[in-house]
Ligand binder design. Structure first.
Ligand code: NAP
Length: 140
């Protein structure tokens, strides 16, 4: 069972992947393609079905969630490179009390909605291909 701090950390730092191969694929911008993102997801699914998540260094907790978010961030970056006339970003709203967290979190739904709404309303020419940790833009 995770303690509160660990739970917050796992949810906020979605990019944390112990599997070095997957981390390398998703973070290498020179060779990243949609097919490579899919390869990581398929490998995860394959290891999951075989019951081999632990021996292949996938996250010990919230594995599917973390892998899906890491893949989403990689895809966000790819989409931003492809559609340069749009602002395409991903955003973590923070640890919020919603159905997903069984109403356990530090932010209300309204407080958590602030960052996604702000990112959705970015002006033309604003950042694209970024990951927003609430209001803070981080490079993908
Ligand atoms: N809450 C947190 O602390 C937290 C932290 C970091 C990131 N996030 C991310 O923020 C996002 C929203 O999270 P949340 O906490 O608001 O989750 P939530 O309370 O479970 O709400 C998820 C929403 O997504 C809708 N949905 C689910 N599957 C869908 C589908 N296939 N097509 C269309 N809509 C679908 C649900 O609709 P129905 O109600 O109709 O099923 C629901 O309105 C998620 O991506 C989550 O990973 C949340």
């Amino acid at each position: 069972m995770l303690n509160r701090t660990e739970a917050v950390t796992m949810i906020i730092y979605l990019q944390h992947l112990p599997n070095e191969w997957a981390k390398g694929v998703l973070s290498n911008k020179d060779s990243l393609t949609e097919e490579r993102v899919d390869e990581v997801v398929q490998q995860f699914l394959s290891n999951f079905k075989e019951g081999k998540l632990q021996e292949n260094q996938w996250p010990p907790h919230f594995a599917a969630y973390i892998v899906s978010k890491a893949a989403l961030n990689a895809y966000t970056w790819l989409a931003a490179q492809k559609y340069t006339n749009l602002c395409i970003n991903s955003v973590c709203p923070g640890f919020a009390r919603t159905d997903l967290t069984f109403n356990y979190g530090v932010l209300s739904e309204v407080e958590a909605a602030e960052a996604p709404v702000k990112v959705a309303l970015l002006p033309h020419g604003g950042p694209s291909g970024s990951f927003f940790l609430r209001r803070e833009a981080l490079s993908l």
